[in-house]
Design a protein around this ligand. Sequence first.
Ligand SMILES: [Zn+2]
Length: 370
Amino acid sequence: MFDPVEIPTSDLVDVLAAVCDIESVSGDEEALADAVEALLRGQPHLEVTRDGDAVVARTLLGRDRRVVLAGHLDTVPLTDPPNLPTRLEGTGDDRVLWGRGTVDMKAGIAVMLALAVELGRPGSEPVVDLTYVFYDHEEVEASKSGLGRLARNHPELLAGDFAVLGEPTAADIEGGCQGTIRVDVRTRGVAAHSARSWRGENAIHAAAPILARLAAYEAAEVGVDGLVYREGMNAVGIRGGIAGNVVPDACTVTVNYRFAPSRTLAEAEAHLRELFDGYEVTVTDSSPAARPGLDDPLAAEFAAAVLALTGGVPKPKFGWTDVARFAELGIPAVNFAPGDPSLAHADDERVPVRELAMCRDALRTWLRGQ
Ligand SMILES: [Zn+2]
């Protein structure tokens, strides 16, 4: 056993650099979870639970409302050469921290940790009870999700009236999220030696109409609760052929559909089955969309506090995020955190220090009711 790395809490930039420099590519979150757990267990105002590489910390102040702040600890793999350790460039308010995870989503994790340490100390009590959820395995198949596991093992720990997920939004509020569904569309043929190809049926050639339907597909723009979501329908993979002299008897086109919260998962699947009518369609991965939920009273108070500080307007979230899991649990949720979402997973991930402080201050103002 090693002692966990200590996360410094004196300065928000130091917190972020520390949590980024503890590598936590999906499946390898243990060291970071240990460090987060050690920091939170050191706070007398928090009750801490560990489940695998997820850590949940809660205040128990007896407030009538509870807000959940949640974020994943894992990142996508490092680049080659590695984009860690982090490096800080610039001076003063114009400083920028570079490195894997600075955007997706350790900037959000750093803000959550800073608030977890501060809110609940004597003289810094929040007006609501708070639950901080740090979890593993977000950047991989939905079936591995640490948040999904927590929902199965400890649903009572996720209870709350409103949730803020620290996925990057560049300090804007992004409501809801698009759903995602991945399917394999298969063609079958008859294998033959390519020297006598008339005896076979080529399954790759048979996939041409699938590609034609995708190329002709016009993705919709859909308005939901005042926000406009832009959908996407794309082939993301194709497999077929076993050797250079064999007519292939099977071909699989993998298609990913990103859909607006106007559709349920079942409706999205039906849409795909209709689009690929006549083919064998198998769903391999799926996650539902979530409506923006900005009509909730706690969400409205949150939006007012954030907008007073940042001046931004709520936007739709295009990627899938775990707000959809909170929606399934009946908890309205939004995304809000530092970092340009278009830099998530990019080789040159970087976050302006200014946004870190802005997000922490907005959340603190709201949670302290000031
Ligand atoms: Zn993320």
